[in-house]
Design a protein around this ligand. Structure first.
Ligand SMILES: [Mg+2]
Ligand SMILES: [Zn+2]
Length: 158
């Protein structure tokens, strides 16, 4: 749970927040089933100067359970994203489940965030969640993250 002596962190959603989604709002795949990582505008420029902060990605990837995605490909894509950003991510969590699994990690639940907070000694009450959807806001709230910022505001889109 939240550690009041810990550090503030930034938690980011993945698709539609850091990277582009396809027309059906899914993570894009190439012909080999590899995830195509394309950063959204302003993401690299905004995040690079924040490299001294704890920064995490928390992402729902039910496509793993549904068979569209392989867990290793998601892991590889997150590692590639981190390299593209200049190795500034502290860590990430992926929920592979669907609603039917009733797990504690799928957003809008806060499990991925609280797990990272435990692992890295994060003070959630001074941390921020950034996302493009209501489930992101709710997950932050469920975990006790103090603040939610919409991705479009955080990155200054439109
Ligand atoms: Mg999203
Ligand atoms: Zn889950």
């Amino acid at each position: 749970m939240s550690n009041p002596n810990g550090n503030a962190a930034l938690f980011f959603d993945l698709g539609g927040t850091l990277v582009k989604l396809n027309e059906t709002r899914e993570i894009p795949l190439d012909a080999n089933g590899n995830i195509v990582i394309e950063l959204l505008p302003g993401v690299a420029e905004k995040l690079r100067p924040l490299h001294n902060h704890l920064m995490f990605v928390v992402t729902n990837q039910a496509g793993i359970t549904r068979g569209r995605l392989k867990a290793e490909k998601v892991e590889a894509a997150l590692a590639q994203l981190d390299r593209q950003l200049g190795d500034i991510l502290t860590g990430w969590q992926v929920c592979p489940h669907t609603d039917d699994d009733k797990c504690e990690c799928r957003k809008p639940k806060g499990g991925m965030i609280t797990e990272l907070a435990d692992l890295y000694g994060v003070d959630l009450a001074s941390s921020t969640m950034v996302g493009d959807q209501e489930v992101d806001r709710l997950a932050g709230e469920a975990a006790g993250v103090a603040k939610f910022v919409a991705a479009k505001d955080f990155f200054g889109w439109e």
